[in-house]
Ligand binder design. Structure first.
Ligand code: ZN
Ligand code: ZN
Length: 143
């Protein structure tokens, strides 16, 4: 079944009224395939919906996060990025020049198991971001 349809149904279950703007925001998040900022979402929707305000995008994103539809990622002190919560555990590779973000599979499963055995801790979570300069920005630095 269509992912947008499923999300919209879950929204209604939570008592969140389905508006065209909310539906458009969800569409952008589904298409993004990586974390995306409120500003980027706003930019993508701005020419489709001239009545949309950036503050509305922020408000909806925070609401969606509170209801568990989204996870926010703080990758730098500049801004918060959002992605759909159902994408599961993973990490991010971030370009410090252009903020391009690539999702990464988790490489820490074995390490976590070993750590559990060694320390007898119950490990609840871990966080890791990798920072660097993407190929596109590397070219513009070199020239
Ligand atoms: Zn870059
Ligand atoms: Zn991980």
């Amino acid at each position: 079944m269509d992912k947008l349809f499923l999300l919209e149904e879950r929204l209604k279950d939570k008592g969140i009224r389905l508006t065209k703007q909310r539906s458009n925001i969800l569409k952008v998040l589904i298409d993004a395939k990586r974390p995306i900022s409120a500003q980027e979402i706003f930019n993508r929707l701005d020419n489709k919906d001239s009545k949309l305000r950036l503050s509305t995008v922020y408000r909806n994103l925070n609401r969606f996060e509170k209801e568990g539809f989204l996870k926010s990622v703080t990758l730098s002190d500049k801004e918060k990025w959002f992605e759909l919560a159902d994408r599961g555990h993973h990490h991010h590779l971030i370009c410090i020049k252009c903020d391009d973000i690539t999702p990464l599979d988790c490489p820490l499963k074995d390490f976590e198991d070993e750590l559990k055995k060694e320390t007898d801790y119950t490990i609840l979570e871990h966080r890791m971001n990798m920072y660097g300069i993407c190929p596109k920005c590397k070219i513009s630095v070199e020239n």
